[in-house]
Design a binder for this molecule. Structure first.
Ligand code: NAP
Length: 535
């Protein structure tokens, strides 16, 4: 049975993996190449080699009640969508509260992770790490790779003939930090993911002209949903999920399209996805339609060719005097330190059992945490993956045979293509609640709603019709948290608190409005009565 665990990376997935190890009585040692925690969420002015890089303005696109860890709600005064610095603050609070920092070796880069062939204990790993130019070797019973999937920039230069002749500057969105350098410039942004849209709306306030060039288009959603609630607290309810799963496929596609076009007609804005029926990860951007409406951003099809100074688009139109091109074309999955034969990445697809375990290992002692793009937030997803993985390390949960695991990855991949399509950007995409339930069921943390309906109907109904918040996975099973019920029943208050910063005495207003309504109905009746009498 595993005892010592190497955790590689101290971002969202790394921190929750350390905690999951501690909960199971394992001994984690976390290796973090930089000098601080936070991973992707720790903004730096300079791009650091081998580390994810974000721009200054990044704000989460999943809300705080959905994105928190399951036994650590965010403070009620935190906004619903958090600036990266605020999210980092939350991660610092989490690390401090659960005393995780002492398990992290900072400025220590993992150079190599390979199977220990000499071991009399199968499943062990040799890890070589470097600090201050000195290498050290360790042996671990298990390892958790928590390095994410947004480090290696994907720049498909071969798809853009003429780019080598282009005399302006070009860069990947990973190298974009802030809009100042694009002052009065004509900028072409390639791609239609969240990075492309964010950068376009930010740059267009400084630049002379911004062209958003997309081959596949995308649905664009607002962070603000029905009645002003954060989008994911409405979209990710169990009720909505069951409805989506049981609706006939064609009807669901039609309904999705109607819903997406409710805010603005995507066809009229040139954004409509090429395959509009897919549930491909939408873009969350409240400003993009408005910027297009104001002429500050122009949407164009994909660039067919670059010349020294211009971009020629697929529809034959040409943009002259282009100063800069930003390739917001996504990332490639990579494990530079891992023994090659352990995980084979093909066309950005990673064949892992339930997105976590390589199926071919002699013993399941290697888990990849957070290498996934759920339709919902990554934080609770990584957390459940880590909780399950540590149970497997301890042999308290077992995995099926290799052939069953391989068959499962094939089946999962087919389902992914049906729902999200074949685009490279969707290669690790998955649905949300169904996946969380599946992970939780693997180690006994999935709540039983029918049983709860008898025992605690108020809680069961909130869980079914309200947002499927992470606390739902701390009600039963290993890692059960006594505060989970209360956290679920008070989540709505925490959502409303940061927006309801001006409180009006609504009772007197309501009374006046009700009185006025009654008065106008009476007046209407009187008018009808008088007109009938007069005739
Ligand atoms: P992405 O989601 O992978 O999108 C890449 C885009 O590039 C897609 O539109 C793709 O088009 C396009 N593309 C790729 N290869 C291309 C080619 N050869 N020619 C033309 N277009 C090409 O990358 P991202 O926007 O950087 O986002 C990465 C992840 O970070 C996502 O999960 C995203 O949600 C997340 N993110 C979050 C935030 C936030 O929380 N605020 C901000 C930014 C990013 P096709 O779709 O047609 O393939």
């Amino acid at each position: 049975m595993a005892k010592t665990v190497a955790v590689i990376g101290a971002g969202v997935s790394g921190l929750t993996s350390i905690k999951a190890c501690l909960e199971e009585g394992l001994e984690p040692t976390c290796f973090e190449q930089s000098s601080d925690i936070g991973g992707l969420w720790r903004f730096t002015e300079k791009v650091e080699e081998d580390r994810a890089s974000i721009y200054n303005s990044v704000v989460t696109n999943s809300s705080k009640e959905m994105s928190c860890f399951s036994d650590f709600p965010m403070p009620d005064d935190f906004p619903n969508f958090l600036h990266n610095s605020k999210f980092l603050q939350y991660l610092r609070m989490y690390a401090a509260h659960f005393e995780l920092l002492k398990y992290i070796r900072f400025k220590t880069k993992v150079i190599c992770l390979e199977k220990n062939q000499d071991s009399s204990v199968p499943g062990q790993w040799i890890l070589v790490a470097e600090r201050d130019g000195k290498q050290e070797s360790f042996i671990f019973d298990a390892a958790m790779i928590c390095t994410g999937h947004q480090i290696e920039a994907y720049v498909p230069l071969a798809s853009f003939p003429g780019i080598e002749k282009f005399k302006g500057t070009y860069l990947h969105s990973r190298n974009y930090k802030s809009p100042e350098r694009f002052h009065e410039k004509t900028v072409v942004i390639v791609g239609m993911g969240n990075s492309a849209a964010d950068i376009a709306v930010e740059i267009c306030r400084k630049a002379k002209k911004v062209i958003l060039s997309t081959r596949g288009g995308s649905w664009v959603m607002s962070r603000v949903a029905d009645n002003g609630y954060p989008w994911d607290t409405i979209f990710h309810s169990r009720f909505a999920d069951v409805t989506r799963n049981y609706l006939p496929w064609l009807f669901l596609q039609w309904m999705t399209e109607q819903k997406m076009n409710q805010w603005f007609d995507h066809e009229n804005y040139g954004l409509v996805p090429r395959n509009r029926s897919l549930m491909k990860e939408p873009v969350f951007n409240d400003d993009l339609p408005s910027r297009i409406l104001c002429g500050a951003v122009t949407v164009k099809p994909i660039v067919q060719e670059f010349t020294e100074t211009s971009a020629v688009f697929e529809d034959g139109t040409v943009e002259e005097k282009v100063d800069a091109v930003i390739f917001a074309t996504g990332y490639s999955v990579a494990f530079p330190f891992l023994e090659k034969s352990v995980i084979k990445v093909e066309d950005n697809r990673v064949p892992l059992y339930k997105h976590v375990f390589p199926p071919q290992l002699e013993k399941p002692t290697l888990a990849v945490i957070g290498l996934i793009q759920p339709l919902g937030p990554i934080m609770p997803t990584s957390e459940l993956q880590a909780r399950w993985a540590t149970r497997v390390f301890k042999e308290l949960s077992t995995l099926p045979s290799e052939s069953i695991m391989v068959a499962d990855t094939v089946k999962r991949s087919k389902k992914r293509i049906k729902w999200f399509g074949t685009s490279r950007s969707q290669s690790i995409q998955t649905n949300f609640i169904e996946y969380l339930d599946e992970l939780a069921a693997s180690f006994g943390a999935k709540p039983n709603l029918l049983w709860l309906l008898l025992k605690d109907p108020k809680l069961a109904l909130t869980m079914f019709f309200g947002p499927c918040t992470p606390f739902q996975f701390r009600l039963v099973g290993p890692g059960k948290w006594a505060g989970a019920r209360d956290a679920i029943l008070t989540q709505k208050e925490r959502i409303i608190k940061p927006t309801k910063t001006r409180v009006v005495d609504s009772s007197s207003c309501h009374t006046i409005f009700t009185f006025l309504k009654i008065l106008s109905v009476l007046a209407l009746f009187a008018a009808v009565f008088l007109s009938l009498v007069q005739h």
